[in-house]
Design a binder for this molecule. Structure first.
Ligand SMILES: NC(=O)c1ccc[n+]([C@@H]2O[C@H](COP(=O)([O-])OP(=O)(O)OC[C@H]3O[C@@H](n4cnc5c(N)ncnc54)[C@H](OP(=O)(O)O)[C@@H]3O)[C@@H](O)[C@H]2O)c1
Length: 311
């Protein structure tokens, strides 16, 4: 039986790893090995039977299939370099589920494949509530022989569906980046309309009901990030989808579009609002914090009555 490992226990990763460990236990497979830069974030996983490894190199050494869920391209590049120095990785399968630029996925694949390993790029759609309930959507690309081995660890374990994109790992990254054009654009529009509702006296509650009834639970959940104040969470708590991650995604999308002689005007507006939010209120913001900037631009305070109240 293959030994499965998981690296990256942030907002998404810890939920995914817990579901994976539960599945391995239920199917009587060896317990999940895990690691994270901040090891203390794995306490719940350890309590669920996961086996802690001190760092990524040790995780790679002890596992046959290694999932990663980390913040950005730079971290993934670094993990690939660590893996290449961790002894022979021949036959190992690396599955990255983070959102990175398609070029980063291709380069990771080339380096690991040259060392005799395989690489699958499988970024996910869905917020951390979906990760917690095992309902993510995986966009999956990589060599057929190994994707077939990995799919049973994903479907009805961490995800509710898999969108298969063949063997070219740039394709799944590209789909994820394209999907985030919608996610970030929707967040921008809903932020704008909720400020509109407040300014014209309709109120955010009635607007949220209309959004829910007309556009469904996903749009409603985006509206709730604003109305509950989650866009600017209290210090000492972490955002569901950190602003810097969304800025990274928007920049990837805009640069890819520009490379194809195209502008993404909504993404550009959202990016500008997110950058302003971060420079005003710091790093502890959700991707929806463009709302704060749009509020300010409309003469309202950055903070709402339900958000935190200070920088
Ligand atoms: N949150 C969402 O709603 C969502 C949805 C879909 C996709 N995504 C994508 O999924 C990925 C993870 O998102 P997340 O929300 O889970 O992010 P997160 O909560 O910020 O977690 C990031 C993870 O990366 C690790 N990390 C950061 N810098 C590192 C470094 N220099 N060296 C080693 N590890 C490092 C963190 O370690 P520490 O714990 O030590 O900080 C943590 O495990 C991102 O690519 C994001 O764009 C997020």
């Amino acid at each position: 039986m293959s030994q499965v490992g998981f690296y990256g226990l942030g907002s998404m990763g810890i939920c995914m790893a817990l579901n994976l460990q539960k599945h391995l236990q239920e199917t009587k497979q060896p317990s999940l090995h895990y690691s994270n830069r901040t090891l203390s974030k794995g306490e719940t996983l350890k309590a669920a039977g996961g086996v802690e490894e001190p760092n990524y190199a040790a995780l790679v050494k002890s596992c046959d299939i290694i999932f990663t869920m980390i913040s950005n391209d730079k971290v993934l590049n670094n993990l690939v370099d660590v893996a290449l120095l961790a002894g022979s990785i021949r036959g190992k399968i690396f599955v990255d589920t983070s959102t990175v630029h398609p070029d980063t996925a291709v380069q990771s694949s080339e380096k690991l494949t040259n060392a005799g390993a395989s690489f699958i790029a499988s970024p996910v759609f869905g917020a951390n509530a979906m990760a917690a309930s095992g309902k993510l959507i995986f966009a999956l690309a990589g060599p057929r022989a190994v994707t077939d081995l990995v799919k049973p660890l994903i479907l009805n374990v961490m995800g509710r569906s898999i969108i298969e994109l063949g063997e070219d790992v740039s394709k799944s990254s590209m789909l994820k980046i394209a999907g985030n054009v919608i996610v970030i654009g929707l967040m921008e529009v809903i932020s704008e309309v909720q400020v509109f509702a407040e300014k014209v006296g309709l109120g955010t509650t009635i607007m949220e009901k209309m959004i829910a009834d007309m556009f469904g639970p996903v749009a409603e959940s985006y509206s709730k990030r604003l109305t509950t104040g989650c866009y600017a969470p209290p210090h000492g708590t972490t955002p569901g989808f950190g602003i810097s991650l969304a800025i990274k995604d928007a920049k990837h999308a805009i640069s890819i579009a520009n490379g194809h002689d195209m502008r993404l005007n909504v993404s550009e507006a959202a990016l500008s609002h997110m950058l302003n939010a971060r420079s005003y209120a710091g790093e502890n913001l959700d991707s929806s914090s463009m709302y704060g900037t749009i509020r300010q631009e409309s003469g309202l305070p950055f903070w709402s009555e339900n958000s935190r109240q200070c920088i």
